[in-house]
Design a protein around this ligand. Structure first.
Ligand SMILES: *[C@@H]1O[C@H](CO)[C@@H](O)[C@H](O)[C@H]1NC(C)=O
Length: 344
């Protein structure tokens, strides 16, 4: 018998086994958190479901914030030492949305308007059960899986859009938003309204696929260009209303509203032809609406006509203002460029 040979084979087998074990352990432990490894994959359909889940859970926190505040007031307690309701609601919504997504997909890059500093109560969110069928969104179950590299995805979160109006009791403008950007391009957007009159309602869009069934089809009307309905921000309307009238003509009507999510949805559902903004705005205010308007073949650009880049390491601020339309974007853009000062 050749013991030496057997021993050699066994040694070799042992070594191979150990090596495989080492690889498995290394792979399981090493790659468990952000950043994703080069070859990690993620399913966009699962991400859409998680995004809806996050926006709706965040919305619950935002709505609870009001009740909490009213409880405090109705019990006649002084508000001393109590955080103001917007801070509480914003934070609770951030925790649910941000850490819900992070703990479900630890390798994913997520950008939120809010932050937590080593707060275990905030960070220890239960992962979402992404296998459950969303009863209001069964349509998703019939869509195809689509795998992409995790490293190419950035999630943008706004846990409470229109915070100022929230404090003023103008709840109709308030939304929570989640956006999935692929290589900087917004491809999935979710906008959730926690309050009446929509109460609660979720809109979503996945580019080149589908929107939620509550997104209406709007017919293009050429004549709207003659008397466009423009929506601008309540907070800085003075100048922008004048710009809209100068650009689009005297028959332009200008409405004022709050919340970027709310205003984009107004263009999506045909209430307005144009959403115009001429000051700086943050990307978490825009990304979800950008994805939804793209899904219905509309456009969001800066007032200079540039698309917004939602890559993770870009500036979170968009300084050139924005123009959102469902139809005739080129036309409105050319009108705007006639009246906006040319920057050198
Ligand atoms: C359309 O959107 C606007 C702004 O978000 C909202 O006020 C209005 O209720 C919506 N209308 C419909 C029919 O959904």
């Amino acid at each position: 018998m050749n013991f030496g040979g057997t021993l050699r084979i066994n040694k070799f087998a042992c070594f191979t086994l150990a090596f495989i074990l080492f690889l498995i352990i290394y792979w399981r432990s090493g790659g468990s958190t952000y950043p994703a490894d080069k070859n990690d994959l993620i399913n966009l359909k699962t991400l859409l479901k998680a995004a809806i889940h996050a926006a709706e859970l965040g919305g619950t926190k935002v709505a609870e914030g009001i009740k909490h505040d009213m409880d405090i007031k109705s019990k006649g307690k002084t508000k001393e030492g109590v955080n103001d309701p917007v801070t509480v609601a914003d934070y609770a919504s951030h925790c649910t949305m941000y850490y819900g997504i992070r703990n479900t997909f630890p390798k994913l890059r997520v950008v939120s308007e809010e932050h937590s500093n080593n707060d275990p109560k905030c960070e220890g969110q239960k992962p979402f059960e992404t296998d459950t069928v969303l009863s209001n969104n069964r349509i998703i179950e019939y869509m195809n899986d689509e795998l992409v590299f995790t490293k190419d995805i950035t999630i943008w979160i706004d846990p409470l859009d229109a915070t100022k109006e929230y404090t003023e009791g103008l709840y109709q403008y308030v939304t929570t938003m989640v956006c999935v950007a692929y290589k900087g391009i917004p491809i999935i957007g979710v906008i959730h309204y926690p309050f009446p009159p929509q109460n609660p309602q979720t809109y979503w869009g996945w580019i080149a696929k589908k929107t939620s069934s509550n997104v209406a089809n709007i017919v293009h009307r050429e004549e709207n260009k003659e008397h466009p309905r423009v929506v601008v921000s309540i907070s800085h309307q003075g100048k922008v209303s004048q710009i809209a009238k100068d650009a689009f003509g005297p028959k332009t009507t200008v409405a004022k509203a709050a919340g970027a999510g709310y205003k984009v949805m107004g263009v999506v559902n045909g209430t307005y032809d144009v959403y115009l903004h001429n000051t700086a705005i943050k990307k978490w205010d825009l990304c979800a609406g950008d994805a939804i308007i793209r899904t219905v073949d509309g456009k969001m650009t800066t007032t200079k006509g540039d698309h917004i880049d939602y890559s993770p390491d870009t500036d979170v601020k968009v300084t050139d203002g924005i123009l959102v339309t469902r139809y005739d974007h080129k036309y409105y853009l050319s009108k705007i460029s006639n009246v906006l000062p040319v920057t050198p």
